[in-house]
Write a protein that binds this ligand. Structure first.
Ligand SMILES: Cc1cc2nc3c(=O)[nH]c(=O)nc-3n(C[C@H](O)[C@H](O)[C@H](O)COP(=O)(O)OP(=O)(O)OC[C@H]3O[C@@H](n4cnc5c(N)ncnc54)[C@H](O)[C@@H]3O)c2cc1C
Length: 412
């Protein structure tokens, strides 16, 4: 079974292969997901010539397969962020909300029909212990000036119908989206802006020479001045020294058939994005057509199958018992040691960005554009670098320690 989002456009979007690929260009971007396409848009705005190359199709990676939650905040909890970021935590956290606004602005500017729905998000807790953690986050966020709604008891059941949740934090600034439509919409926008997009052409990088790289694009060598690797979970495949920066995690998702209208209206009124503060980290949203899109970690050792994920769905939302599962798919996430996105430059001058965990819909767009501007201006973007703040998680496990030569080049 494949992603419900791929099916939503009828035949898959495809990019006509350019008749002629130039021998030289300013920049090659490897990876045509949200990161690479957003970077290409930013570079075209600065007048650079760009080719975006994907070894599969646009949206084949996480960008076309995710849960469609466009979330404020960052992967680490606010408690954790305070620990690793200290006084910088509020500035870092604000990047998440700014990223949601970046996506909204691109959707509007490029008229991308992607079911953009600013319904907010609920972070929900299924146990008093988890709820105490969320309340601690809420208190810290409020102290730092962030507005978060706190819902308890019947108020939660009204927002997530019939659930057993103890409490929820509500952030109205988040949204939901059809992520595949968003991704191909950005590809259309990049093409209109004059970028080249080449599908089904695995990119390999040769160089650097003096001021150049050579990128193989489906049998054609293109010489470029800069390379941006935007392959997220596959970063270490192209740049093996990045193995300590991101870890690939394959995550399963399903979509039900359309819920009966009465149940759809009762289950998630207002259609917020929902994610659990829990070990299984279940997350779900409802499409405009009333399908429930649901993802979760599976109990340890359980093989990832539609039946196994369906069983978790029915435990989390018993009200959907009897509603068929019509789509099942998996996708590749990239998780960084500190839970924060990573960007930088190898000693040879190859730039990379990725590692957004479950916050990549918004952050890949923001950091993709930031990486594009970085290449256009050579001014590094301001982005958190936890190790400079004593980020224990980034360095505690020596196997995950980022290789020393990069540490000076990771930007702030
Ligand atoms: C199941 C799932 C659910 C998720 N849910 C959410 C969510 O609800 N909200 C949220 O914010 N985030 C979510 N995420 C995370 C989010 O989808 C990602 O962080 C984001 O899409 C990353 O975008 P990207 O462009 O960096 O990477 P990708 O979209 O993965 O793109 C990388 C591309 O690189 C290509 N590639 C690989 N190697 C090469 C090569 N050698 N040459 C050329 N191309 C290559 C791949 O084919 C791929 O198209 C989810 C992820 C998954 C997997």
């Amino acid at each position: 079974m494949s992603s419900v989002y791929w099916q939503s456009v009828g035949p898959r979007w495809t990019c006509p292969r350019p008749d002629v690929l130039p021998a030289t260009l300013d920049v090659a971007v490897l990876g045509a997901g949200l990161t690479g396409l957003s970077a290409a848009l930013a570079m075209r705005a600065a007048g650079l010539s760009v080719v975006v190359v994907d070894r599969g199709r646009v949206g084949d990676g996480a960008s076309g397969r995710n849960g469609g939650q466009v979330l404020t905040g960052l992967n680490p909890s606010y408690r954790e962020l305070r620990r690793i970021g200290g006084a910088d935590a509020p500035t870092w956290w604000a990047q998440g909300a700014a990223a949601v606004q970046d996506v909204a602005a691109l959707v509007e500017r490029h008229h991308i029909a992607c079911d953009w729905h600013p319904g907010g998000h609920l972070a929900v807790a299924a146990s008093p212990h988890r709820w105490r953690r969320l309340l601690a986050d809420a208190a810290l966020l409020a102290a730092d000036g962030f507005r978060i709604g706190v819902l308890e008891g019947p108020a939660v059941a009204e927002r997530v119908g019939g659930s057993g949740y103890v409490g929820a934090l509500f952030d109205r600034a988040s949204a939901t989206v059809n992520p595949y439509r968003l991704t191909v919409g950005l590809a259309d926008a990049a093409l209109s802006a004059g970028a080249l997009v080449v599908e089904q052409a695995p990119g390999t990088i040769e160089g650097p020479g003096s001021g150049w790289f050579r990128v193989q694009v489906g049998g054609r060598a293109i010489t470029v001045q800069r390379v941006l690797v935007a392959t997220n979970a596959f970063l270490p495949e192209l740049v093996p020294t990045l193995a300590g920066h991101v870890r690939r995690v394959d995550s399963p998702m399903l979509a039900t058939g359309p819920l009966p209208p009465a149940l759809a209206g009762r289950l998630l009124p207002g259609r917020p994005a929902v994610f659990e503060e829990s070990r299984r980290t279940a997350h779900f949203q409802m499409t405009p057509g009333g399908r429930l899109v649901f993802g979760s970690r599976l109990p340890d050792g359980t093989p990832a199958t539609p039946a196994a994920l369906g069983a978790v769905l029915r435990r989390v939302l018993p009200a959907v018992e009897g509603v068929p599962v019509e789509y099942y798919w998996q996708g590749p996430l990239a998780v960084s040691p500190a839970g924060l996105p990573t960007l930088g430059e190898t000693p040879g001058g190859i730039r990379w960005v990725g590692g957004y965990g479950g916050h990549g819909v918004a952050l890949a767009v923001r950091l993709g554009m930031a990486a594009g501007r970085w290449i256009a201006t050579d001014r590094p973007p301001a982005w958190p670098e936890p190790r400079r703040h004593g980020g224990a998680r980034a360095t505690r496990n020596p196997r995950r320690r980022p290789p020393a030569p990069h540490s000076g080049e990771t930007t702030r």
